[in-house]
Ligand binder design. Structure first.
Ligand code: C2O
Ligand code: CU
Ligand code: CU
Length: 538
């Protein structure tokens, strides 16, 4: 039984805490859970499309109102129509995509997490004007994992992404096939890809674009609908999540409707399957991060409802404690967040900086609790599969003689900055020797907020965390204070105020000539505001 595997002493973390009970009708708050989860099929919205080397045309255009957001990527392939398709690829496969821009603004698509050359990275150095096309041609060099694609025109990335231009990339490999066999998982049935996005009634406007803490939506959408439900049976489910929010961090957890916490097993992250499964009760998931988990419902009884939720947490908006005044008008009501802290018992009402947290004036404040989706257990089934002890093999990087590069994250003169700089097109303040390994020490000031740092083209190996906030330190799984989702490889790492995260990066570039990549905060309003630096690898 899966429950047996998860109960191995190594995996037992923490004690059992019960969340407050809630009536079924309030599980999702408003709007209520009236829509069934959209499960991507073989066409349509988020439909799974395996091009197997065939060329595709991705049309960026206005949507037809059936999907959230004004814009969509449309593809017609092998007689089927797709909207924001999930591209299913294999390592080594050649990918040929033509982006056809039918928007009234310049755009470009970026393959988040894929190791490609600058010409194919779509980082915004080249833009596609309205009515023009751009051709990508690259090879998949990544491990199996869930990656994604989204626009990257500097200054308009947040708006276009919020408007709906994003999709998943599912690089499938033998490790994933082995996990499916071991747990009897069937994609689209017992293995679900879930795209999480917060959306605001009334949409995205200029004030959102300049919100210091980034955009905060009112409602939690999963695969295009607010707080949907899905029918389930008493067995294991694999959930593969993408946080596609512009700025919001989620503190992901599961509970029964009666309020009992339901633990889960982390099996993968941005960079694919972890070396081994790790038991967890909750996990932070920052903007652009992915989490691959297995939820064991073997003990659930028909009629029971399991809630996937984001727990309350202190969003640690501490940049004001520098004493600097701000003209920003979004000083907001704090009642909801307070209530959340009290309910969850997370405490930590004050940030490390010693200042009260500020939250944006949204119906769902940053760090506020929220139900995201429900699983309604319908059927009792026999299920006796076991979680494998090994999921994948990833050799640690050899860091002997690696250059250590300090990277400081902070706020000054009204801008979020990396090493005191803001982005300038054409400049590459970070210069790296090709085929070298570096260690980056990402340090976030106390007087800051959490930043989800992402590097194009190369994966991070998280080496250690230091001076993490208590709520984060409590989730550490090893002596280096790493989190379950830090293990293996990843491409986006959340760095909390006052925290240092040491990552190793191998800058392998099989392409001739110097290559340029972007390193930025994936809070898209921070990125558009200049919290991004060019990286030259030569
Ligand atoms: Cu999701 Cu510059 O990336
Ligand atoms: Cu990227
Ligand atoms: Cu940021």
């Amino acid at each position: 039984m899966l429950a047996g595997a998860a109960a191995l002493p190594l995996f037992v973390l923490g004690r059992s805490t019960a969340a407050p009970a809630a009536g079924d009708d309030s599980l999702c708050g408003e709007p209520a859970a009236t829509s069934r989860l959209h499960v991507p099929g073989t066409s349509g919205y988020l439909g799974r499309l395996a091009p197997r080397g065939a060329p595709l045309t991705l049309i960026a255009a206005a949507g037809d109102g059936t999907t959230p957001g004004r814009l969509v990527y449309r593809v017609r392939h092998a007689g089927r129509d797709y909207v924001n398709p999930t591209l299913v690829l294999r390592p080594g496969e050649r990918v040929r995509v033509t982006l056809d821009n039918r928007l009234d603004a310049p755009t470009i698509a970026h393959w988040h997490g894929l190791a490609v050359d600058t010409a194919n990275d779509g980082a915004g150095l080249t833009l596609v004007a309205p009515r023009e096309r751009f051709a990508y041609d690259f090879e998949v060099r990544n491990r199996g994992a869930l990656y994604w694609y989204h626009p990257h025109p500097h200054g308009a990335t947040a708006q276009q992404t919020y408007d709906g231009l994003f999709g998943l990339i599912d690089v499938d490999d033998d490790d994933h096939a082995a996990l499916r066999r071991a747990l009897d998982l069937v994609p689209g049935h017992t293995e679900l890809t879930l795209v999480l996005q917060d959306r605001r009634r009334g949409g995205y406007g200029a004030s959102e674009q300049h919100a210091r803490h980034g955009f905060m939506g009112d409602d939690a959408y999963v695969n295009g609908a607010p707080c949907p439900f899905v029918d389930a049976a008493s067995r294991a489910y694999r959930l593969r999540l993408l946080n596609a929010c512009n700025a919001r961090t989620l503190r992901l957890a599961f509970r029964t409707a009666a309020g009992t916490r339901v633990p889960f097993t982390v099996v993968g992250n941005d960079g694919g399957l972890l070396p081994a499964p790790v038991a967890a009760r909750e996990a932070f998931l920052a903007a652009a991060e992915r989490l691959d988990l297995v939820l064991d419902l073997t003990a659930a009884t028909p009629g029971e409802t399991i809630v996937m939720e984001s727990l309350a947490f202190d969003p640690m908006h501490g940049e004001r404690s520098s004493g600097e005044a701000s003209a920003e008008p979004d000083v907001a009501p704090r009642a909801a967040a307070h209530e959340g802290h009290a309910r969850d018992g997370a405490g930590a009402a004050a940030s490390v900086a010693g200042t009260a947290s500020r939250i944006d004036a949204a119906a769902w404040p940053d760090g506020g609790p929220r139900a995201l989706m429900t699983l309604r257990v319908r059927d009792r089934v026999r299920y006796d599969h076991r979680m494998p002890a090994t999921l994948s093999r990833i050799a640690p990087l050899d860091t002997t003689g690696a250059r250590e590069r300090p990277v400081r994250l902070g706020f000054n003169k009204d801008r979020w900055r990396i090493n005191d700089r803001v982005f300038a097109m054409g400049e590459t303040p970070i210069e790296v020797a090709r085929d070298s390994t570096e260690i980056w020490l990402l340090r976030n000031y106390h007087t800051s907020m959490p930043h989800a740092m992402h590097l194009h083209g190369f994966a991070f190996e998280v080496l250690e965390r230091e001076t993490s906030p208590d709520a984060v330190a409590a989730l550490a799984v090893d002596a280096r204070a790493r989190l379950a989702s830090d293990l293996g490889r990843k491409d986006t790492v959340l760095v909390w105020p006052g925290e240092s995260v040491r990552v190793a990066i191998r800058f392998d570039v099989p392409w001739p000539g110097p290559q340029t990549y972007m390193f930025h905060c994936h809070n898209l309003e921070h990125e558009d505001g200049g919290m991004m630096l060019g990286v030259r690898v030569a």
